[in-house]
Write a protein that binds this ligand. Sequence first.
Ligand SMILES: [Zn+2]
Ligand SMILES: [Zn+2]
Length: 276
Amino acid sequence: MKIGDEEFNIPAESKRALDVEVTLMTAMTYVVIFAYALDYLSWPVFYLLFHLLYMRFFMGAHDRMHTDQLRRWPRAIELMAEHFAVVAVPWAEPIDSIRKKHFTHHLEHMPGKVPGGDMLKDPHSIYESGGFWRSLFYCTFFEEAQLVIDIRNRNITTSRWIRLAIYLPLLVLFVLSFGWEKYLGVVLAVRLMSAIAWLSFSWFSHTQTYRFGLDKKIPGFVKILLRMTNGKRVSDGFFRHTSHHAWPQVPPDKLFLLDEAVMRYPDSMPEMIRSS
Ligand SMILES: [Zn+2]
Ligand SMILES: [Zn+2]
């Protein structure tokens, strides 16, 4: 890609690498969940560890959708990596369904395009369909909102049924082994982290801070704090979400190159229109 007089050739990350990263984060999250279920951790300590790992999973799972699909594992391994997840509710959405919606979200947020804001056509962007409180509601009950929209759109994929068949018995087993209190403790952690993630990455990034050069305006200590609590992948993605929409295949740790280049060449800056 060319910005001003500068030429950039930045390859996408490999699907293979992200499958490993996301699977590792999920496995470590499960260790923390069972440490909590077995009473080795109190809920606040559990939540802290859970957040550290699961926010990294959340962003890794997003970045995996934009990877180089030619560099991948054999399908059997890939299937395990893609469907191994912390499923707090058995109706949680599987990767193929989310991926399709995420690409629609990208088509609605392209350079020069005004986001449509139609929930049924672009369910992934549901958090932009109103003010803060409405967004908070949809971010907290994201899975349920997606399920209702999918039923209305007749868009229930086979993998959703497979996920239900696998995770529903596992959830019953978890409740029978550790009790409702522990189960609800895990659900609360998942919902809290997920609401924070959707609210900041979705509502905040698309409606409040949708511009290039944002990174330069954020105080250093905020960036350090965000990086410590959520990881580099998250902080890179968070501060450069506008650049991510301009160049979706560019890995998050390379987006700063393009973000800084458009600031040097304002005439080359893609027109990114924020959601209202
Ligand atoms: Zn976005
Ligand atoms: Zn994306």
